[in-house]
Design a protein around this ligand. Structure first.
Ligand SMILES: O=C(O)CCC(=O)C(=O)O
Ligand SMILES: [Fe+2]
Length: 288
């Protein structure tokens, strides 16, 4: 296999490897090494069936069965979800606005995902890009004073915090259901990657406040850190091609799906998810 960097801050493309077929142990080990070094890996021209997609995912850990989002599942394959604006039985798809704000998958739970593998099955004529930011870089480029201050902080992650009516007004019944099924959680702001030992910033637009601080006190620093982390110098913007497969590490990467395309055209993505390690705790009551 050959590996070529996709951008200065993050990512590499792997060529010379057919991921529709089982990997040798040596290839698997080499891929994992490249993944830890580059944080996202791109494989172009891979016409993956759902079975092949799931099988390839298992090289990196346990494939999640998406208990939290059963209505996103690909029928017959609990290990795969569909992210698409394709209508389902004549109704708008529930996933047509998934990922519109900066986030890490399932960060708002005590079992955030280790990784995700997104595959492109149908594309609009132009656009439908996804952006990725390197959260090691976000941390390492802060001043020693800021890094020391963040050391003791926890943040409240809440999936609802990132909802906006910029694209489609959130369905109140869906929001009410999420309030019950996905209560906010607290995670340390700094996270040590269990494999690489590197420290990263674990924040996104799904963070509402710092634990023990009010929303008003938290907002300016949260905004600063999010803008710092997602400055163009730390971001890779992926322009999808048909049958691209892209693997990212949710422990040190945040991402955002852009609505930069003609919504009357179909964009169809299929995703698998790699189970992570339990961390964080239910968020305590907000400060007054
Ligand atoms: O559709 C995309 O490009 C990404 C959506 C997303 O956030 C995800 O699948 O985790
Ligand atoms: Fe996502």
């Amino acid at each position: 296999m050959q590996v070529r960097r996709l951008s200065f801050p993050i990512g590499a493309e792997v060529t010379g490897l057919d991921i529709t077929r089982p990997l040798s142990g040596a290839d698997r080990e080499e891929l994992v090494r490249h993944w830890h070094e580059h944080l996202i890996l791109l494989f172009r021209g891979q016409p993956l069936t759902p079975q092949q997609h799931i099988a390839f995912t298992r090289n990196f850990g346990e494939a999640d069965t998406h208990e939290a989002n059963p209505d996103f599942r690909l029928p017959g394959y609990p290990e795969a979800i569909e992210v698409t604006n394709r209508t389902v039985h004549g109704k708008p798809s529930a996933t047509r606005e998934v990922g519109r704000a900066w986030h890490s998958d399932m960060e708002h739970t005590i079992l955030p995902l280790k990784g995700s593998l997104l595959w492109c099955g149908e594309l609009p004529g132009v656009g439908g890009d996804t952006m990725f930011a390197n959260m090691y870089e976000a941390y390492e480029s802060l001043s020693p004073g800021m890094r020391a201050m963040l050391e003791s902080l926890e943040a409240e992650h809440d999936v609802i915090a990132s909802f906006s009516d910029k694209y489609v007004a959130p369905d109140p019944a869906h929001v009410a259901r999420l309030r019950l099924t996905a209560p906010p959680v607290a995670h340390p702001v700094l996270r040590v990657h269990p494999e690489t030992g590197r420290k990263s910033l674990f924040l996104s637009e799904r963070v509402r406040r710092f634990i023990g601080f009010t929303d008003a006190e938290s907002a300016p620093l949260l905004r600063y850190l999010c803008e710092h982390a997602t400055q163009p110098e730390f971001v890779y913007r992926h322009q999808w091609q048909l049958h691209d497969a892209l693997l990212w590490d949710n422990r040190c990467v945040i991402h955002q799906a852009l609505a930069d395309y003609d919504r009357s055209q179909v964009r169809y993505m299929r995703r698998t998810s790699i189970v992570g390690e339990p961390c964080g705790r239910p968020a305590p009551q907000a400060a007054a």
